[in-house]
Design a protein around this ligand. Structure first.
Ligand code: DX5
Ligand code: ZN
Length: 234
């Protein structure tokens, strides 16, 4: 049974552990436990992206320290081989990249394992690549940097795609979360919200700050003060 994931379309903050101290992950989770809606877990396989990070054993360890919804972002060439392991480790939702192909199969596999399903698109992957799957997923992730590393600059050129996804979701009355990931902070988050995003992943802006919980709340407040972050509010 998945943990609480909140209303699709509602404003959610998803701190990314990628910029946390990997020697103190449980402590990092504790720092945002009271304010995060989801915990974003960046899984990198050193193949789809040139970096290697977290696997199922780490997710299982984190699970013992947190009841938060785990939003696992699988930057992997072959996520299908690991979906079961992530589910068993305590993942609530898994997001696969449309660029790796076999999307129908991966969505079906994720669903049959009882997880929420996300579909991610890199900055240079067009709206048309995700469009056929909008009715079959719980989340669309528009990358606002090229995946692989934290701390990169937000790519505003992705915003028209975010807007196109939101428009299509609204037109089809689909209750799907629209997430942005990469370079999200107090300045970029409201811009992404204005384009239609409602889930905000932030790594360095949160775990690079002195008080991660405060940084999380500041980003949320910035989105709210610009009237964004909920599909119903626009
Ligand atoms: C990028 C990851 C992101 C990353 C975001 O490959 O998918 O989740 O941690 O980090 P910041 O917020 O620092 O761009
Ligand atoms: Zn991510």
């Amino acid at each position: 049974m998945p943990r609480e994931h909140g209303e699709p379309g509602a404003l959610k903050m998803a701190p990314s552990l990628l910029s946390a101290d990997f020697g103190n992950l449980a402590e990092a989770v504790g720092e945002v436990a009271g304010v995060a809606d989801w915990l974003h877990v960046d899984v990198m396989d050193a193949h789809f992206v040139p970096n290697l990070t977290i696997g199922p054993p780490v997710v299982a360890s984190l699970r013992r320290h947190s009841g938060l919804y785990f939003d696992c972002h699988l930057m992997m060439t072959d996520p299908g081989a690991y979906l079961g392991a992530f589910r068993d480790a305590g993942a609530d939702g898994c997001t696969v990249h449309v660029e790796v192909g076999r999307t129908d199969e991966l969505i079906g596999q994720c669903r049959s394992l009882g997880m929420r399903v996300g579909l991610a698109a890199n900055p240079d992957t067009p709206f048309e690549a995700v469009e056929p799957y909008l009715g079959r997923v719980d989340l669309v992730l528009c990358m606002t940097v090229f995946p692989g590393f934290g701390g990169q600059a937000f790519m505003a050129e992705v915003l028209p795609k975010v807007a196109a996804v939101r428009r299509a979701l609204d037109e089809r009355h689909l209750a799907v979360d629209l997430e942005v990931d990469g370079g999200i902070d107090r300045v970029s988050a409201p811009r992404a919200a204005a384009a239609g995003a409602n889930v905000f992943v932030a790594g360095s802006a949160i775990f690079g700050a002195d008080r991660p919980w405060e940084a999380t709340e500041e980003i949320r407040a910035a989105v709210r003060s610009h009237g964004g972050g909920s599909s119903g509010a626009r």
